[in-house]
Design a protein around this ligand. Structure first.
Ligand SMILES: *Cc1c(COP(=O)(O)O)cnc(C)c1O
Length: 394
């Protein structure tokens, strides 16, 4: 309001700061955290101009900087943002499914993904069938019927760590006119690039390694296919998906250090996993980067690294009481869900894997414990786990 001095207090309080806030006082390394629902147009004709950002829900400075970074990470042509990783899974699925379709879902999929399929998609006339987490491509492709529209993959599964030949499933599905979606949160978009392996939709919870500090919820879906890109954008427009600028900024900040952090998580995780293999209290370590793991050959062929997330089975006769005693004795490993932050976490998985395996019942030597190995010193983490085992010594 430099033209004239505004007359009333209310007018002045609203307008005097407007010019200053429209102008960046200095250029920082990161993008501006622009807060805005309304986007101001220079001219009236722009209000309905095609291809212009006309509303904050379309994303502002930090969102578009993050999208550019994620397109680069995913080798994608289009990236859509969602308020959480689960929002990305459901948003991507809803964008390509319609009543009458069928989805084939890997048995080891993230449990809330299964809940969405079972409780929500079914209400809209979309049917769901599950296939074993280590099914061969032929076994998966043999399930395809006229109605199959989408195959949803997760490799490795994020509690039980079975691997699948994603590229072969994607190639076979494409030949049959079926789309593929992969939840790629474990590889964080970096150690495996689903779109390079023929997958149509690459989804990840940015909440995990991209955010990297356990302090933000965000998800993304990426594609190279222009038809799917349009469907993703249309679904977001119709469903009203939008994310805040702080969240977008934090994910972008995490993206800058993702390779350095992920390498450290991976090395620390392997050090801990190898130590666990030598323990008498452990029946089996489930980690695809270990040579004995059934998924190792696929991991070695397709992945360029491992993150810090894996699981192990306690040796019999350990049961629930020993599992709880072990976890309660840990002091450096926090007890909690989610992962991908700088800190180590542990949880027991039996309540999830026993309920959420329907293609093939869960069988394991003993209770399943999942570890997220953080950026602490591995020797200290090992000492912490040693204290856990001491607590269950008979
Ligand atoms: C955490 C997680 C999600 C969901 O992410 P949120 O941001 O917590 O909603 C999806 N898939 C996998 C594999 C996850 O681990």
């Amino acid at each position: 309001m430099t033209k004239d001095v505004p007359v009333g207090d209310s007018t002045r309080l609203i307008h005097t700061a407007a010019e200053e806030s429209a102008r960046l006082p200095a250029r920082s390394v990161g993008p501006a955290i622009q807060r805005g629902s309304t986007v101001l147009m220079d001219r009236a004709a722009d209000l309905y101009a095609h291809g212009k950002i006309t509303y904050g829900r379309d994303g502002l400075a930090a969102h578009h900087a993050l999208i550019a970074g994620l397109k680069d990470l995913e080798h994608a042509e289009h990236v859509e943002l969602y308020g959480s990783g689960l929002g990305a899974v459901t948003g991507a699925m809803l964008s390509v499914l319609k009543t009458g379709d069928e989805v084939l879902v890997v048995d080891g999929a993230y449990k809330p993904t299964r809940r969405f399929c079972d409780n929500f998609l079914k209400n809209y006339g979309v049917s769901v069938r599950y296939f074993p987490s280590d099914a061969s491509p032929d076994e998966v492709l043999a399930l395809i019927t006229e109605r199959t529209r989408l195959i949803a993959l997760e490799s490795p599964a994020s509690l039980s760590f079975e691997m699948m030949d994603v590229g072969a499933v994607a190639a076979g599905a494409r030949e049959r006119g079926v789309l593929t979606l992969m939840d790629n949160t474990w590889a964080a978009g970096l150690y495996f690039r689903p779109l390079d392996h023929g997958v149509d939709l690459s989804v990840q919870a940015l909440t995990k390694y991209v955010g990297g500090h356990a302090d933000v919820f965000l998800g993304s879906a990426a594609t190279r296919n222009p038809v799917i890109a349009r469907k993703l954008a249309q679904a977001s427009l119709n469903l009203g998906h939008s994310v805040g600028p702080e969240e977008a900024y934090l994910a972008l900040r995490g993206l800058r250090t993702l390779p350095a952090r992920l390498a450290a998580h991976g090395a620390n995780g392997l050090a801990v996993a190898k130590w666990l293999m030598g323990r008498p209290e452990v029946a089996r370590v489930r980690h695809p980067a270990l040579p004995h793991d059934p998924g190792h050959a696929l991991w070695k062929r397709d992945f360029s690294g491992a993150c810090g997330l894996f699981a192990f089975e306690l040796a019999p006769p350990a049961g629930l009481a020993e599992t709880l005693a072990f976890l309660d004795a840990l002091t450096l490993f926090g007890l909690g869900f989610s992962w991908g932050g700088y800190e180590s976490l542990a949880l027991y998985c039996d309540p999830q894997v026993k309920e959420a395996r329907t293609a093939r019942p869960w069988t394991a030597a003993g209770p399943l414990i999942r570890l997220h190995v953080g950026l602490e010193d591995p020797a200290d983490l090992i000492a912490d786990l040693e204290a856990g085992f001491a607590a269950i010594k008979r």
